[in-house]
Design a protein around this ligand. Structure first.
Ligand code: DGJ
Length: 832
């Protein structure tokens, strides 16, 4: 998977090649990243040409006036030697200057992945991946930079990270003098040492995880942006000369800009064209950028954000960046997403829940908010059980004096007024009903009005002498402090063990402000040390309790990133449960993350977040493309609604593997008011596709249902998932189909609506796989005239699911053909 020959590195995945070489002055030049090519071939045709002197260039060495760092495609760039593009590293050197120039020193290649000392990163078995570590050295100061590349062959992903070692000769001398000097500041220990350590320190002010220069090809940058209840909306920008930045400064990966982004050639669509994908295994402030240079080279970077960041490296110390993730596909956005999805399921998510089906849950939050008691909870749980749920999640409000978001956060003693038998007693009752018990925590936060804050003001992040600003009435706990980490680990673990909890929702509901820790001499370390502290806490609690399913949450999708996915196999995608908003949110997420990572719940209507009313069928049809839950007051549902939910959960369970782990693709639709998604089994025999309509147009034309990737010659049966049409939806229009005139708001119809409903159109057809690629025409939508059960009653926000299954006949034919072949073979052998 990785080969080095003639100063050229060949990194090969199943379908892609990544090539770099060592230049005559020992810089690392980026040569190629794209569709797979044969290793060992002459690379001259692929290299950026430097046959002429470029005006305004600063010449690197007088022996070659065409060698100019600014005009090269590089793998890593320094500062102060003639490359004026954005540098991935800004360091203040021991001599006080900012000049550095890293050149090739040595490398090693080995099977398997590496484990970062302080941060979570991707993992793989020796047969799944290969790692290359290239060591570069700054000539003048002898500071080492190690570039790590791990090639995950089958998923077409390459990860990169960098480690800076302040390991100069001067340091080594002083180390000999003073053997107490330790390497690494990874565990927060201040290294012990002599004065020389400080004298030779390096100050890191910016340090990206990777850098890559690609020849431009009319690139479009796609980012996933938003805010609370409108996360990960897709935005595109054409990359012209200048800098395009995707970053977060809130203390977490943020709901403003997800760390992942894409770079595609203009005109690429879901199935065609070159698409590069980048992401970061990190949950703190991130920074990603694309810079198009005057010579049409696009420089891509991703890593920790330099906002308020400063890190001192004394003699003998190292700093490691988070790991960056890169992929390439020439099969459009879906191609790049498939790589990312497989990679996350195989090499990011770990432990007992890796590739395991996720339970259907009920959460009490949108049903009751803070207003509950045990009786109300148990009623909800009983109803959930009857409808088919498998797990009950008790959300916020169960501890301390937490009857609103103004108090109690930090006090994890159960509120006995609400739960007289404690959490264990409550969890036992839930288990008796036949459900697993799950619990909400927000361990990184504290209310000023809490016993914890009254006891330990020093645990909260506040700047002495300055006013503290609150977010959702709360302060952040200082996870840079070991005693705060211990408090969280102890209080959460105790409850989990006592009550036999098998699912945790780990919430985090504010951006950071007034960052300060009295344990740090350099406040520039705060943001990063906080995240290291968080990972350590998560590891201590959940690493030792692998049976617990952790769902991370941060006001919804404020921390939906690969760092959290290393601990929590699924993440609550958004506090917005309106399916029409979710179409954008979940679709945005799907570019970078698999459906198995997305929490998606059916909630009550009108929706809390938008006041929009949507059909129950659409709420399910959208949530089914993710980890399904129900988050509404089930007690208040009518009989027909309960029947429908029961049937939804049954359908979901039957096809759960497909919904959570099938090959997910976004389907190009012909109109802006349509969205289509599909999930396909590995063997292409089972597919579910969802067809969604936002605002209905009058007399809508035909709808084309396309399905990607089926076996061209096989025949498939397509059948609409049956779903209900509630008669209340039609109001006075009912007069057109009723034999007698009834008041739509009168007793009879209101009662009828609870026990009786119409059925939406079900289409069943047999179609050849190849025909699906071009699309089949669905039955008419309602067009303003008449109604019968063959009309698709979509209206505003309507949708349908279609199950597409390879015909039994095909399989029988195939079996018969195989049998025939075997018989013939046998006959031939007998004759010989
Ligand atoms: C924010 C979360 O995103 C919600 O789902 C809920 O858990 C609330 N916090 C509880 O305070």
């Amino acid at each position: 998977m990785i080969q080095y020959k003639d100063r050229i590195f060949w990194l090969q995945t199943q379908n892609t090649s990544y090539v770099l070489c060592v230049t005559k002055f020992n810089h690392l030049e980026h040569v190629y990243y794209g569709p797979k090519i044969l290793e060992g071939q002459n690379i001259e045709a692929l290299r950026f040409k430097n046959s002429a002197i470029t005006g305004s260039c600063v010449n690197y060495d007088s022996s070659d006036d065409t060698y100019c760092l600014d005009t090269l495609c590089l793998e890593w760039s320094g500062t102060g030697r003639g490359d004026y593009r954005h540098s991935p590293l800004e360091i203040k050197m021991p001599d006080g200057s900012f000049v550095h120039d890293f050149i090739y020193k040595k490398h090693k290649i080995f099977r398997g992945s590496t484990k970062s000392d302080t941060l979570p990163n991707a993992y793989g078995m020796p047969e799944e991946c290969t790692t290359l570590i290239i060591t570069l050295e700054d000539e003048s100061n002898q500071i080492e930079l190690e570039l790590y590349y791990t090639v995950f062959h089958d998923t077409d992903v390459i990860t990169r990270r960098a480690v800076l070692n302040n390991d100069s000769t001067v340091c080594k001398l002083s180390q000999n003098e003073d053997s107490l000097v330790h390497r690494m500041c990874q565990n927060g220990d201040a290294p012990v040492g002599s004065v020389n350590q400080n004298q030779n320190k390096v100050v890191i002010r910016r340090f990206s995880s990777m850098m890559l220069d690609l020849p431009a090809r009319n690139f479009v940058m796609t980012t996933f942006d938003g805010g609370w209840i409108k996360e990960t909306h897709r935005h595109t920008k054409e990359v012209t000369y200048g800098m395009y930045v995707n970053s977060s400064t809130t203390g977490s990966s943020s709901n403003r800009h997800n760390p992942g982004f894409l770079l595609s050639e203009k005109g690429a669509d879901q199935e065609h064209g070159f698409v590069y994908g980048f992401n970061l295994i990190y949950s703190g402030n991130h920074y990603g950028s694309v810079e198009l240079s005057n010579l049409d080279i696009a420089r891509v970077e991703i890593g920790i954000n330099s906002h308020c960041f400063e890190w001192e490296l004394k003699c003998g110390e190292s700093f490691e960046t988070p790991e960056a993730v890169m992929t390439f596909s020439n099969k459009g956005f879906n191609g790049a997403s498939h790589h990312m999805h497989d990679f996350i399921n195989e090499h990011i998510v770990r432990g007992n829940w890796k590739k395991k089906e996720r339970p259907v849950l009920t959460n009490d939050w949108e049903a009751y908010f803070f207003d509950f008691n045990e009786n109300k909870l148990l009623q909800l749980a009983k109803q959930a059980k009857k409808l088919g749920a498998e797990l009950f999640v008790l959300d916020d409000g169960w501890f301390g004096n937490r009857n609103s978001d103004k108090s109690g956060l930090g006090d994890y003693q159960v509120n006995k007024k609400k739960l007289p038998d404690g959490i264990k007693g409550f969890a036992d009752k839930i288990r008796k009903i036949g459900l697993e018990a799950g619990l909400w925590f927000e361990p990184e936060m504290v209310n000023k009005d809490s016993d914890l804050y009254r006891r330990h003001k020093d645990y909260a992040v506040e700047l002495p002498g300055k006013k503290s600003t609150l977010g959702r009435n709360q302060l952040v706990l200082n996870l840079c402090k070991p005693e705060v980490q211990d408090y969280i680990v102890d209080s959460v673990s105790k409850i989990l063990d006592e009550a036999g909890i098998t699912y945790v929702k780990w919430d985090m509901n504010r951006h950071m402000s007034e960052i300060f820790s009295d344990t740090l001499a350099n406040q520039g370390e705060f943001f990063h040390r906080y995240i290291i502290g968080l990972y350590s806490v998560l590891n201590r609690i959940f690493g030792t309790r692998p049976n617990i399913l952790l769902e991370s949450c941060s006001s919804g999708g404020n921390r939906f990133d690969l760092g959290m996915l290393c601990f929590s196999p699924q993440i609550w995608s958004s506090d917005d449960t309106d399916p029409i908003e979710r179409l954008q949110i979940q679709e945005g997420l799907s570019y970078l993350y698999p459906l198995s990572a997305m929490g998606a719940h059916v909630s009550g209507t009108p929706h809390q977040q938008t006041l929009r009313r949507t059909p129950l069928s659409t709420r399910f049809n959208v949530s089914a493309f993710g980890c399904l839950g129900y988050e509404l007051d089930l007690r208040k549902l009518s009989k027909v609604q309960k029947d429908e939910i029961k049937e939804q959960i049954e359908y979901y369970k039957k096809h759960r593997q497909l919904f959570q782990y099938g090959i997910f693709s976004r389907v190009e639709t012909l109109k802006n008011n349509k969205v289509q998604w599909q999930c396909m089994s590995e063997d292409k025999s089972n597919i579910i596709t969802g067809f969604f309509q936002t605002l209905a147009g009058a007399a809508e034309g035909y709808d084309l249902l396309r399905v990607y990737g089926l076996k061209e010659s096989s025949f498939y049966t397509i059948e609409t998932k049956p779903q209900s049409l509630y008669i209340e939806r039609f109001g006075d229009l009912l007069k057109h189909i009723m034999p007698v005139e009834l008041n739509p708001d009168g007793f009879i119809l209101r009662t009828a609506n609870k026990v009786y409903c119409l059925k939406d159109c079900v289409e069943k057809q047999e179609v050849q796989g190849a025909a699906f690629e071009s699309g089949i025409l669905l039955n008419n939508q309602y067009m303003g005239t008449g109604y019968n059960n063959q009309i698709r009653m979509l209206g505003d926000f309507g949708s349908s699911l279609y199950l597409i299954q390879e015909n039994q006949r095909n399989q029988e034919n195939k079996k018969n053909q195989e049998n025939k072949k075997n018989q013939e073979n046998k006959k031939n052998q007998d004759n010989q």
